[in-house]
Design a protein around this ligand. Structure first.
Ligand code: R5P
Length: 274
């Protein structure tokens, strides 16, 4: 692996502990202005300092992220279908490698839809993107997207993750499931988990803890952070699980403490402005 590739990977998976906390804010590429992500600049501005990297599209990067912000970018480069369209799995590569270089991306992200009508297309997209990334030393994160009709079990996710790794993905993102260890064991590259739909804060912290315990190198979490009523305390709590080996209960204490501090600050702010 060349120096550039290793350097970029080290910005995503921190070399000190081989773990990563990625903030996913790419949802608008197929969902539009999702609840609590209507104005991405607000979320990104308040959370960037508490995560290792941000996953987003070029449109949100250009419009909503201050170029002076010192945070590595995981650039979502697949898309082309929406939640109201015919088939979400019908994706193409939507951003060129030259554009990714101009935008100083540290990693590229693309979804694969194993078992879907567009399985072949999405896997071919992945292989082509990896070839492009290899030319310039940019790693690729393969997102194993799961259609509504597909079961998120270890058998399916192991297949999807392994296929992505065999095609050359440098990191694979998937979902936590029963027997998650077997998914990690069968995948020769680092695995991160998506957070999925909004859960209670305690459940989301348990999910992150279980994934790390079972071999994930980290999380690429979105809704369970920015749909929380207290996104910054939640990001800080998830970080303690990823980087400080906190248990879910310990991390929840951090969440509650940070939540109380932010409520107090807001109260003092309101009181002094009266
Ligand atoms: C889905 O394909 C998107 O790439 C999201 O980035 C991913 O699902 C992670 O976000 P969340 O934690 O909200 O599931």
């Amino acid at each position: 692996m060349d120096w550039g590739m290793r350097n970029r990977l080290s910005k995503i998976i921190k070399p000190d502990d081989s773990r990563c906390l990625m903030l996913a804010v790419d949802h608008g590429y197929f969902l539009g202005p999702t609840d609590k992500l209507e104005v991405p600049s607000t979320i990104i501005g308040s959370l960037a300092q508490f995560v290792d990297s941000i996953m987003l599209t070029r449109g949100i990067l250009r419009t909503s992220v201050n170029p002076a912000l010192d945070v590595p970018i995981v650039l979502r480069v697949s898309g082309g279908s929406t939640i109201v369209g015919e088939d979400l799995s019908n994706e193409e590569i939507t951003t060129s490698i030259e554009e990714a270089i101009r935008l100083n991306a540290s990693c590229l992200a693309l979804s694969v839809f194993v078992g879907s009508k567009y399985e072949h297309q999405s896997l071919s997209n992945l292989a082509r993107l990896i070839d492009e990334g290899e030319k310039y030393g940019i790693p690729v994160l393969a997102v194993t997207a799961v259609g509504k009709e597909m079961v998120r079990d270890a058998r399916y996710l192991s297949l999807a993750c392994r296929v992505a790794a065999e095609l050359g993905a440098h990191i694979v993102k998937t979902y936590y499931c029963d027997n998650f260890r077997s998914v990690v064991t069968g995948c020769p590259v680092p695995v991160v988990i998506a957070g999925g739909k909004k859960l209670t804060e305690m459940d989301a912290l348990n999910l992150a803890f279980n994934a790390i315990r079972d071999g994930a190198v980290g999380v690429d979490m979105g809704r369970n952070i920015w749909q929380s009523e207290f996104p910054v305390p939640m990001a800080k709590a998830v970080k303690t699980i990823v980087h400080d080996n906190y248990s879910a209960d310990e991390a929840y204490k951090v969440f509650k403490h940070e939540k109380t501090s932010s409520e107090t600050k807001a109260w003092v702010g309101n009181a002094t402005s009266d």
